[in-house]
Design a protein around this ligand. Structure first.
Ligand code: SIN
Length: 313
């Protein structure tokens, strides 16, 4: 049974990753979580300087979901390299540094610093955070900027380059195509969906920034549709993310066409979720006579004539 997956020049133990912002820097999870059973860890987004993020409250629960407005709080790339990476790189898993920035130049500088680090195996570029004024969605909804960022970063690294896309656009496939054309190795689909929750007694938003990013099971059908649209538009691998809690959820994403998946919000309930899912997917494949998870990818049986997404492609 082959579970590993190669992206550019990096071989991942399996196709299950943990999503940025839901696993810290790998040092906040209990010792009983065997990180080596994960394909890889996407770090919390890293910027050049440390960021405090948005004011509290910045997380609230919603029906089947979580609304966050963290605002890219992080320790900054220098402290990550000096304080976190030495421990992180002891684990037998791949470390993908997620980078957020408020200018193209900042993306480039942070990537260059991290590219020189042996324990950083690749990059996921966050052009899709809905909770900041500069960078984030203002970049991720502008295909010219996404094109430019991908092009600049590609010139600066030979490690896997993954662009994390927002669902808060009309046609995500347009953005995925731009990333592919500029040499990205994969796209992560999707980041959070813009959402809102109201305290009816105070008549105030439940989070300080009024709107935030919705994640968790509530967004899974949206994520599946965006993955479906993307895999039918590009040849590079699509990494599915959005509301995956069980191995059955992950199997859905693989069938639709995701080559890898990320576990996000579920880690806040149980940081071992990714490991349970890795075992569940493997068993499902074995029981169904498949000798590798790849045999499951893009095996959706569908009457394509009835999908609205197809008319966008
Ligand atoms: C945040 O830090 O606000 C969340 C990260 C993201 O949505 O990209």
């Amino acid at each position: 049974m082959i579970e590993s997956f190669k992206l550019r020049n990096v071989e991942f133990n399996n196709r299950i990753l943990v999503a940025s912002g839901t696993f810290g820097y790998g040092d906040e999870v209990p010792d009983l979580v065997d990180i080596s059973q994960l394909g890889g860890i996407m770090t919390k987004s890293l910027s050049m300087k440390p960021r405090d993020g948005n004011p509290n409250p910045r997380i609230t629960e919603t029906a089947s979901g979580m609304l966050n407005s963290i605002g890219l709080a992080n320790i900054g790339v220098h402290k990550f390299i000096s304080d976190k990476l030495p421990t992180l790189k002891k684990h037998d898993t791949k470390v993908i540094a997620n980078i957020a920035a408020s200018s193209v130049e900042e993306y480039c500088s942070v990537l260059e610093l991290l590219d020189a680090q042996e324990g950083v195996h690749g990059f996921e570029i966050n052009v899709s955070c809905p909770n900041v004024k500069e960078g984030g969605l203002s970049f991720g909804t502008d295909v010219t900027l996404v094109t430019r960022i991908t092009k600049e970063l590609r010139q600066r690294t030979n490690k896997p380059l993954i662009i994390k896309l927002t669902p808060n656009v009309t046609h995500i496939s347009e953005f995925a195509r731009a990333c592919e054309a500029e040499g990205a190795d994969a796209v992560s689909v999707i980041n959070t969906v813009i959402g809102m929750a109201v305290n009816i007694h105070k008549r105030t938003p439940k989070i300080a920034t009024t709107t935030g990013g919705l994640s968790g099971p509530a967004v899974k059908p949206i994520a599946l549709a965006k993955v479906y649209e993307t895999v039918n538009a590009v040849k590079i691998p699509v990494i599915g993310i959005g509301g995956i809690v069980t191995w059955e959820d992950a199997v859905e994403f693989f069938i639709v066409g995701a080559s890898m998946v990320q576990i996000g919000t579920a880690n806040f309930i149980n940081p071992s979720t990714g490991i349970t899912i890795a075992h569940g997917v493997k068993e499902f494949c074995e029981k169904n006579g498949m000798d590798n998870v790849g045999s499951l990818v893009k095996t959706l049986q569908t009457n394509r004539t009835i999908s609205i997404v197809d008319s966008w492609l």
